[in-house]
Design a protein around this ligand. Structure first.
Ligand code: CO
Length: 503
């Protein structure tokens, strides 16, 4: 009986996943290929698919099958694929069936209007016009959290959508220590005696050559062009369509070498994860990524810990000099390496470097926490933002457009999403430290243009696990320790202290 229930459950989930991956392909096409006037029809197609998917996933039959599977021997060994599938499907099924339809629709509506108001508010530096939408969205998200339920605070229910198992408390434990050390470190670098000459990477870099160079690097780190594409969009992204098909995008700036290149490596890191998920489990949680934080750990590792490392450029700098002879022919290796590792306190998160990026996130996390525990009133957001920003970065935003209005997330209702970015960096550093221990000559391999040992390690330890573990446990299983800020802090200090000449 239980075996039959499991088979039927998987059949339904396979259909759900086929609908989801078809929608993903439509979404990719919308951003990469679709003619402008197709957008209204595409919105109808996507809304229809979303409705179909929701209907199939939340059917009463799914609830019955889950119950049967839970009462059967299937769930006995909690780490066996079927038990994992039942556990994760239950988690998502409960969430999607607990929230009243009316609230789902109200949130969807608020997201659409909120985003269009936000676009204008950011442009015009007009927090006042955005404020009522923000307040409404917070209220709706509070209702959403209440409908789902939570252990400790309402914010936990929101975090759980992006980082299953994580809570405001579990994140605070890691972030608060990290913040203390990071604020000091950023101040030291701000006052450092040495500064890079960033003009080196802001010369003319022809887009044609950047494209060839970027594809060469992506292929070298293992992005298979037989299973993926690299296209151009205004906002780079990665979209996993299904087994053997994952697409990434980038954008080229003819006046900057790093933007497209590191963006490509970032998205390729996401793609390697998607393509490394166990294909035999497609359509079930065992074939899916753990969380946004773990996903981001993969992209950040390839972008920063590999792509901005010295060994990596030992191999690729001569090729870069050949490819961009006019721009880099006269540049010394050390100067180039310093320039691609420029650290500067700046106002805009998406333009931030490897070090200060984390502070941008810690600030947003504290504000989100305050909003949902009531200690920060939405109307005080600009003042709170600027005060915290000044304390952490030593500089004060001159406008809300440069401050609390800069990100789309809150307008889109994505509360609880931000912490996953910094968690990604923390996971990445802890995984990378362990990979280096397991593969002692990793630096030498990078310097020889070889990246397969690291990819194999990630495949074995992380990608192939699907959703067997929540992020918190995965880190423990892979590294032997729970998540800690020390590996990331240690990595940053070891890399940036000598560069900037700080102690
Ligand atoms: Co990413």
């Amino acid at each position: 009986m239980s075996k039959q229930a499991m088979t039927e459950l998987k059949q339904i989930m396979n259909e759900v996943s086929l609908i989801g991956s078809t929608a993903a392909l439509l979404g990719w096409d919308e951003r990469v290929n679709m003619p402008r006037n197709g957008s209204a029809h595409r919105a109808n197609q996507l809304a229809y698919m979303a409705g179909l998917l929701h209907e199939k996933f939340t059917a009463n039959r799914v609830g019955e099958l889950l119950k049967m599977a839970e009462d059967s021997p299937v769930s006995k060994d909690p780490l066996a694929p079927d038990a994992v599938n039942v556990r994760e499907l239950r988690r998502v099924y409960d969430k999607r069936t607990k929230v009243p339809n009316q609230l789902v629709q109200a949130i969807a509506h608020a997201e659409t209007t909120g985003q269009s108001v936000w676009v204008k508010a950011r442009r015009d530096n007009d927090f006042k016009s955005f404020f009522p939408h923000l307040e409404k969205m917070i209220e709706l998200k509070r209702q959403y959290a209440e409908a789902i339920g939570y252990k400790d605070v309402a914010y936990d229910a929101l975090i759980d959508d992006y980082e299953p198992g994580a809570t405001a408390k579990s994140i605070t434990v890691v972030f608060s220590e990290f913040r203390k050390e990071l604020v000091d470190f950023v101040a030291k670098i701000r006052n450092a005696p040495k500064k890079p000459d960033v003009s080196i990477v802001e010369r003319e870099f022809s887009i044609d050559r950047q494209r060839i160079f970027g594809e060469t690097v992506a292929a070298a780190i293992g992005f298979p062009f037989s299973e993926g594409r690299l296209d151009i969009t205004a906002h780079p992204f990665c979209s996993g369509i299904g087994p053997g098909d994952c697409r990434i995008t980038t954008r080229y700036n003819p006046k900057h070498l790093g933007q497209a290149l590191f963006g490509t490596m970032h998205e390729a890191g996401h793609a390697l994860y998607e393509l490394g998920l166990p294909r035999e489990h497609f359509g079930t949680p065992m074939g899916e990524a753990v969380s946004l934080g773990i996903h981001e750990s993969q992209s950040r590792m390839w972008e920063n810990m590999v792509g901005r490392s010295k060994p990596f450029w030992k191999f690729f700098f001569p090729l870069a000099q050949q490819t961009f002879y006019d721009a880099l022919g006269d540049v010394k290796f050390e100067d180039f390496y310093f320039a691609i590792n420029d650290v500067q306190a700046s106002f805009i998160r998406v333009e931030a470097d490897e070090v200060t990026y984390n502070l941008h996130i810690l600030l947003r996390f504290e504000i989100e926490q305050g909003i949902f525990d009531g200690s920060i009133k939405p109307k005080d957001l600009p003042a709170v933002w600027n005060e915290k920003f000044t304390k952490y970065f030593g500089i004060t935003p001159k406008s809300d457009s440069q401050g609390c209005l800069q990100d789309i997330h809150w307008a889109a209702g994505l509360f609880g999403y931000f912490p996953t970015y910094a968690l990604g960096n923390l996971y990445a550093a802890q995984f990378f430290a362990k990979a280096k221990k397991d593969i002692p000559d990793l630096d030498e391999q990078f310097a020889a243009g070889k990246y397969s040992a690291l990819l194999d390690w990630l495949r074995k330890n992380i990608h192939s696990q699907g959703q067997r573990y929540h992020a918190e446990d995965l880190v423990k299983v892979v590294t032997g320790k729970k998540l800690d800020h020390k590996p990331l802090m240690g990595y940053l200090e070891k890399k940036f202290k000598p560069l900037y000449g700080v102690k």
